[in-house]
Design a protein around this ligand. Structure first.
Ligand code: ADP
Length: 359
C-alpha cells in the first residue's frame, strides 16, 4: 500500500511540475473592447468582469472564465503593454516568444497590436523597448532584424518585399514563392522571406509601417479581407557577448490572427466561406498544438497548418507564449464571445471555465 501511495505521490508531483512549467510558458490575457459609437443598445452588457474573472450571462445561466489577466473596457494601451513587457524581456534573454492576438473580427486585435496614431499598440512599443534596452546594455551588443508576412488561405505573402509585378499575386497571394523549412535542430525558416536589418528605431518603424500598408492595400475590401488573414511580424534578435565570442539568437513573433467568427453560422457563401474555413482550420490547428503542448506528452500536430508550422519553434519547449483574447461588450456578439473565451481558456494550464446554473 505504501509503495502504491509513493507512486501516486510521484505522479502527482510530476503532474504539478508539468502544470507549473507550462503555466509559466503559456499565459492568457483577455481584453474587452469598449462600446463604439456605432454599437446600438450600449446599456445592455452581458459581461461582468472582476480582477481576473469574467462572467458571461447566457439564456440558460452563465459561464465564468478565468485568465492570467483581464483588461476591462477602459484599459489603456499603456496598461496592456505594462503586462506584456516582461515577456519581451524573455525574448532579449534568448527565449523565442510569441504574442498572439485572438478574437472575433472587430474586437480590437489590430488596435491592440498596431494601435492608432496617438495610441500606439504592442508592436511599436515593443520596438521602442528593444532599442532602449540595446542602448543601455553594457555587456553585450544587440542587433535586430525584421520580417513580416501574411498567411491567407494557406498561402504566404511577404509584406516587406518590393511590390510584385504579377497582379494576381496582389489580390490572391497565389504566386507566393515562400516555403517553410525546418532544420535538423528543429529551427524553422521561411525560405524566400525578406529579412531587413533594423539598425535604429526610425528604420524599424519605417519598415513596420511599410508592412502594414502592404497588408491593407492589397485587398479591395480592407476590413472584410484583411480580417480573413493572419499577419505575422518577426523580430530576430542576435546578442553578441563582449566577454567571449558567444552569440545568442531568439525570435519575437507578434501575430494579429484572422477573425475567429464562425462563418458557417453567419451564412457566408463563396469566397468568404472559403476564407472563413481556412481561418477556422488554422485557428483550430493552433488550439490543438497548444493543447498538445499543455499535455506535455505525445505528438504535437504542428503540420496541420502553415501558421503552426511557421511558429513551431516559438510555441514549444523553452519558448514563451502570450495569447491575448479579444471580446466585444455587445449583447449581439455574446455567442462569439463565449467561443473566443472558451478557446482562450483552453490554452491555459489550469481548469478555468465554470458553469454557473441559473438561480
Ligand atoms: P479587429 O482587428 O479585431 O478586427 P480592430 O482593431 O480593427 O478589430 O477594431 C475595430 C474598431 O474598434 C476599430 O475602429 C478600433 O479603432 C476600435 N477599437 C478596438 N479596440 C478599441 C479600444 N480598446 N479602444 C478604442 N477603440 C477600439
Amino acid at each position: 500500500l505504501r509503495q502504491k501511495q509513493k507512486l501516486l505521490d510521484e505522479k502527482r508531483r510530476e503532474a504539478l511540475n508539468n502544470i507549473i512549467d507550462i503555466k509559466g510558458s503559456i499565459r492568457v490575457f483577455c481584453r474587452v473592447r469598449p462600446f463604439l459609437p456605432r454599437n446600438r443598445r450600449k446599456n445592455i452588457n452581458p459581461i461582468s468582469t472582476g480582477l481576473d474573472k469574467m462572467v458571461v450571462k447566457l439564456s440558460g445561466g452563465a459561464k465564468e472564465f478565468e485568465f492570467d489577466k483581464l483588461f476591462q473596457q477602459e484599459s489603456s494601451q499603456e496598461d496592456i503593454f505594462a503586462e506584456v513587457e516582461p515577456i519581451l524581456t524573455s525574448a532579449l534573454d534568448g527565449h523565442n516568444v510569441c504574442v498572439l492576438a485572438y478574437g472575433q473580427t472587430g474586437t480590437g486585435k489590430t488596435y491592440t497590436m498596431d494601435g492608432v496614431n496617438d495610441k500606439p499598440g504592442i508592436v511599436p512599443r515593443a520596438l521602442e523597448k528593444l532599442f532602449s534596452h540595446a542602448s543601455r546594455d553594457k555587456s553585450s551588443s544587440l542587433t535586430f532584424s525584421m520580417s513580416m508576412l501574411e498567411v491567407y488561405m494557406g498561402n504566404l505573402r511577404d509584406l516587406l518585399a518590393p511590390k510584385p509585378i504579377c497582379r494576381a499575386y496582389e489580390t490572391s497571394a497565389r504566386c507566393s514563392n515562400l516555403s517553410i523549412q525546418t532544420d535538423l535542430k528543429g529551427l524553422v525558416e521561411v525560405e524566400g522571406l525578406m529579412e531587413v536589418q533594423i539598425p535604429d528605431l526610425g528604420k524599424a518603424k519605417w519598415w513596420y509601417n511599410k508592412g502594414r500598408r502592404s497588408r491593407s492595400t492589397s485587398w479591395t475590401n480592407v476590413n472584410e479581407t484583411s480580417s480573413r488573414s493572419h499577419c505575422l511580424t518577426r523580430i530576430s534578435i542576435v546578442r553578441k557577448w563582449d566577454s567571449d565570442a558567444k552569440t545568442e539568437s531568439s525570435k519575437l513573433w507578434m501575430v494579429d490572427l484572422g477573425g475567429s467568427e464562425r462563418l458557417l453560422k453567419t451564412g457566408a457563401i463563396g469566397q468568404t466561406l472559403d476564407e472563413g474555413r481556412a481561418i477556422n482550420l488554422s485557428l483550430s490547428a493552433l488550439g490543438d498544438v497548444i493543447a498538445a503542448l499543455r499535455r506535455k506528452r505525445g505528438h504535437v500536430p504542428y503540420r496541420n497548418s502553415k501558421l503552426t508550422q511557421i511558429l513551431k519553434d516559438s510555441l514549444g519547449d523553452g519558448s514563451k507564449v502570450l495569447m491575448l483574447a479579444h471580446v466585444s461588450p455587445c449583447e449581439e456578439d455574446v455567442a462569439e464571445t463565449v467561443c473566443s473565451l472558451s478557446f482562450a481558456t483552453r490554452a491555459r494550464a489550469v481548469e478555468s471555465i465554470r458553469e454557473i446554473p441559473e438561480d
